[in-house]
Design a protein around this ligand. Structure first.
Ligand code: PAF
Length: 281
């Protein structure tokens, strides 16, 4: 595995690989790698000749009240995980390398952003779109991999690639789960013992909703209410939101039809968990 700190060095390396006809799979991350990232790298490894991983905590996607400096970082640990996952090129630029000058233009994501977690993070997806446009131009991958745990981010990226004709295939990768169904997350360790036992109810309530839809209940309001009732009755968490939207457009719907997302966020004492399910009807 080669580690690159500059755009030029990475570009030169990838130019040669591309010349010899090798396919490039790309996994962009902000580091502090976990099993979710490893599942993306596994997909990339299985389907490409060259795997590029980027680790860059992107300041432009942090809001004024979100602490960019406090974001967890552990490059040495990440480097080992990347090596074990079969990464060929690890791109680890500084903020100065990625943003050397004041920007003379910017990105504004206008759709799919004012709902779900994006509602409370104005401007967040503008920063994600900006850094990914830069990274896609730098790496020029054939395929890129993103986790469906953040299905809204996947929807925004699919929109970006479509709008700007970026020649990369976006591969959404299913959420990695614990044996009891709880979506894997670095935040799970902040759950108390009691909350950890309750937390699989989140996924079970999504599965129940999917079952209800299959059995003919297409009333979005009723489906949402059933999920809220289950979570309120069976956990000590507080529901932040339960939403049903069309996917990937993330438009409100009254009746479930076509491709939809059921998404939820639940606050526990020291941790806020999110989960979702995408269903085609
Ligand atoms: O999901 C993330 O880690 C980030 O939003 C991404 C896609 C790497 C862009 O900085």
């Amino acid at each position: 595995m080669k580690v690159f700190h500059t755009i030029n060095e990475l570009r030169n390396e990838l130019k040669n690989e591309r010349k010899s006809g090798k396919s490039i799979g790309f996994v962009p991350t902000m580091g502090y790698l976990h099993e979710g990232h490893v599942s993306l790298l596994k997909e990339a490894r299985e389907n490409n000749e060259i795997v590029v991983l980027s680790i860059f905590v992107n300041p432009t996607q942090f809001g004024p009240n979100e602490d960019f400096d406090q974001y967890p970082r552990d490059f040495e640990r990440d480097e080992k995980i990347a090596l074990n996952a079969g990464v060929d090129c690890l791109f680890y630029p500084t903020v100065e390398e990625m943003y050397p000058n004041e920007l003379k233009s910017t990105m504004k994501v206008t759709k799919r952003v004012d709902v779900l977690c994006g509602e409370k993070r104005p401007g967040h997806f503008d920063g994600v779109a900006l850094v990914l446009t830069k990274l896609f131009n730098i790496v020029q991958p054939d395929q890129a991999y993103f986790g469906l745990k953040d299905a809204q981010q996947v929807a925004v990226i699919e929109g970006l690639v479509e709008d700007y004709n970026i020649p990369v295939k976006i591969n959404p990768v299913p959420t990695v789960r614990e044996e009891d169904g709880l979506a894997k997350s670095s935040r799970n360790i902040y759950l108390t013992e009691k909350e950890r036992k309750e937390a699989p109810v989140l996924y079970k309530s999504l599965q129940k909703a999917a079952e209800d839809i299959q059995n003919g209940n297409h009333n979005a309001e009723q489906l949402k209410q059933n999920i809220i009732n289950t979570i309120e009755n069976e956990t000590s968490g507080t529901v932040d939101y339960v939403s049903i939207y069309s996917y990937p457009d993330l438009e409100p719907i009254n009746r479930t039809n076509g491709k939809i997302i059921i998404a939820l966020a639940v606050k526990f004492s020291n941790s806020r968990l999110i989960d979702n399910m995408i269903i085609s009807i």
